[in-house]
Write a protein that binds this ligand. Structure first.
Ligand SMILES: [Fe+2]
Length: 366
């Protein structure tokens, strides 16, 4: 068994300002990587800028990271970072900017290389990375993964390099301006990480501790999430500070879980839906969670994860997810192609501990 969790994680209110010295210690000039809007609205960008200014660390801003960031965007930000001679990268936002920050840190540290290194199995250096999450979903602030959109292949895939953030600064107050759909979709992504990590070829007693803890955190807040969906109100109007705090902790814990195991079939099946139908990542993954539990061959383990979440059966869990997420109609042709591509991809099947066949996988669609 092995456990390795090298990211220095702080989680508290006012986290960025409280730990600005650790942030400043990462280098002499920063590239801040974020999206266009949300980090301005939730105050995270302002906090990072203020923290760096107080520590006299110059910085430049790249704020054009799109949802499901492309290799092209990573290269553009990398060029900026090289020109400006930055020596560390700060990702602010959901999974997209945080994942992009890692890939950008790789490109800047290898200035003579082109984009082909992203998916090359070769040990290469990367600049130090700090992450400030503003959604509770991907857990990218603690994982070594950086998932990019590959337009040429019409899908998404993590780069070949494992780049652990040096520092994660988690402040659940940034969640409060998130919309209901974003909050719910990202929470389901985190839930999927916990389940796909526990029920995984690479699962062991150490890394399962993360999933067990995360699933019990989910049990504490699942009814509040559902009632927020039922009332259709802004999360900040219905959810307490405790729920926001638990969501952030849940996402980071889930990130630590998949760091050790990788994800499994629901994630593998989801990428085509996100690429072809623009279904948000967490929602796309959530479609396949009931099928994943229903057909998983070790029924005792399935019952264990259901118990941890507080569900009596897979049917109860399915009903809950249907109401929380809503349904997505997947066109037949696209679904057949998706199943076929997973069945042909050994890397995608290797984290599933049992034999999988086409007919069973086909039945994962709801
Ligand atoms: Fe995910």
């Amino acid at each position: 068994m092995q456990i390795y969790m090298p990211t220095n994680v702080y989680s508290e209110d006012n986290c960025v300002m409280n730990h600005r010295k650790e942030l400043a210690a990462l280098g002499k000039k920063a590239l801040i990587v974020t999206g266009k809007h949300s980090s301005r609205i939730n105050g995270s960008l302002e906090d990072v800028e203020k923290a760096l200014q107080e520590e006299n660390i110059p910085f430049i801003l790249f704020d054009s990271i799109e949802e499901n960031p492309s290799i092209e965007t990573v290269m553009e930000a990398g060029e900026l970072g090289k020109r400006e001679q930055v020596d560390f990268v700060v990702g602010i936002g959901g999974g997209s900017p945080m994942d992009a920050a890692k890939a950008i840190a790789l490109m800047i540290a290898n200035p003579a290389m082109d984009e082909s290194i992203l998916y090359k199995n070769e040990k290469l250096p990367a600049l130090p990375v700090a992450e400030v999450p503003t959604t509770a979903g991907t857990g990218s602030e603690v994982t070594p993964y950086a998932i990019l959109t590959i337009h040429a292949r019409k899908t998404k895939q993590s780069i070949s390099h494992k780049i652990y953030p040096d520092l994660a600064l988690i402040d659940s107050r940034y969640l409060k301006t998130a919309g209901l759909d974003t909050l719910v979709d990202t929470a389901v992504d985190a839930l999927a990480h916990l389940l796909e990590s526990y029920l995984n070829t690479n699962a062991n007693s150490y890394n399962r501790m993360y999933s067990e803890k995360g699933l019990s955190l989910f049990a504490e807040i699942r009814e509040e999430l559902l009632s927020c969906r039922r009332q259709g109100e802004k999360p900040a109007q219905t959810l307490s500070d405790r729920v926001f705090g638990t969501l952030m902790q849940l996402a980071a814990t889930a990130g630590m879980a998949i760091t050790h195991t990788g994800t499994s079939l629901p994630h593998g099946l989801s990428y085509t839906l996100t690429y072809e139908m623009q279904v948000p990542h967490g929602k796309a993954v959530g479609i396949f969670l009931p099928g994943f539990l229903k057909y998983y061959q070790n029924k005792d383990e399935v019952q264990f994860v259901l118990d941890q979440m507080g569900f009596a059966s897979v049917e109860d869990f399915t009903e809950y997810l249907d109401e929380l997420l809503g349904k997505v109609e997947i066109p037949e042709g696209l679904w057949i192609e998706d199943v076929k591509s997973i069945m042909a991809n050994k890397a995608k099947l290797k984290n599933y501990p049992f034999e999988m066949d086409k007919t069973t996988l086909y039945a994962f669609r709801r």
